[in-house]
Each structure stands twice: as C-alpha cells, then as structure tokens.
Design a protein around this ligand. Structure first.
Ligand SMILES: [Zn+2]
Length: 79
C-alpha cells in the first residue's frame, strides 16, 4: 500500500486482501474494504480489460459526507 493515496484511485492489496481508496465524493476520508474470503460485504471482480467492479455498494455512513456508491468498471455511481 502506498504512503500517499490519490483521489479517484482504488488501491487493491493482494497481500492484505483489502482495498483502500479515498472516499470517491472527494471528501478525502479513507475507505477500507476488506476482501478476504470471509468478507460478506464486498467481492472484487476484475474484468478482462483490467477494470474492476465491486459486488456490494460502498456506504460511507460513518463519514460526514454519508456517501453511498457502487463501483462498476472503475466508475463510481452514486446512489
Ligand atoms: Zn466522502
């Protein structure tokens, strides 16, 4: 995992089996998504073109922004 996280980039760590990104609304809060086998929240799907989707929406209700979005083919769709 890098020391610096870029906005609008989703980082995936195979070593730690998790994904981290700065909240895609732009508020800068770190969103951490565990992806281990026991995770019931999210499943990572990688397309043949290298684009990623997550099964399961991201709900940042603990952040002031209260963002809720779904990441499909590298694009966040706010819901
Ligand atoms: Zn946010």
């Amino acid at each position: 995992m890098p020391d610096f996280y870029e906005q609008d980039m989703v980082y995936i760590s195979r070593e730690h089996n998790c994904s981290k990104h700065l909240c895609l609304c732009g508020c800068g809060q770190m969103t951490i998504m565990p992806l281990d086998d026991g995770s019931k929240w999210w499943q990572l799907v990688e397309g043949p073109d290298g684009r990623v989707s997550f099964i399961g929406s991201v709900g940042n209700y603990s952040f002031p922004c209260q963002s809720h979005y779904i990441i499909t083919n590298n694009v966040a769709n706010f819901v």
